[in-house]
Each structure stands twice: as C-alpha cells, then as structure tokens.
Design a protein around this ligand. Sequence first.
Ligand SMILES: [Zn+2]
Length: 115
Amino acid sequence: MSNTLTKDHLRQLRNHIEIIPLIADVLEIIFKTHDGRFRFMCPLCRDFDTAVNTDTNLARCFRCKRNFNPIDMTMAVKRYSFVQAVRFLEPILHHVVAHAKNRNRICAKHDRRQA
Ligand SMILES: [Zn+2]
C-alpha cells in the first residue's frame, strides 16, 4: 500500500480541505447562497436540495440522501476513481497545511513580542 493512502493521510484530506471552498473554487460546482445557507448543485441529481455542515466538513444532498466528504465530492464531480481523487486533492492539502504552518509561525512570533 502506498504511503499516501494511509488512514491518517486520508483523514487529513477529509478534514483539512474545507468543503465550501472545495465546492465553490476548486471543483467550480454551481452554488447559491439562500437565506445565508450555502447550497450547491448536487453532482448526482443536479438539484439544489443540499446543505453543507462545516463542523463535520460534509456536504449533503437531501434528494439522494447522501453525504459527500471532499474525496466523495471530487469523485462524483470529476468522475474520478478513489485514488485519482486522492491524487487530485493532495496538492490542495499541501497548500492548506503550508498556509496553516505559516500562520502559526506568525502567531508564535507575536506571542514572543508580547512576553
Ligand atoms: Zn442529489
């Protein structure tokens, strides 16, 4: 088994790639914001009877009665296999992690100044 398909790595892909930017900016799925709720066009049934849960980082289609994590969503939209979806998401995860590390460094510097 390849190193990139470890449970931990897959968990990172599911949890650290935020579902809304993934839908809106990366996969460019049609979406609308209605009454402050983000709704996307379900890649399976093309309906907008959908919602996202930013706590669990899952998107849901009420018509299909399906939850999509970032990997599921990528597979459905791009018609990728599981492994292809993981490969597609990896550079995005690296970007997110690099960004977070940078932010932590800045915070650490700031704390030292205050001490
Ligand atoms: Zn659907």
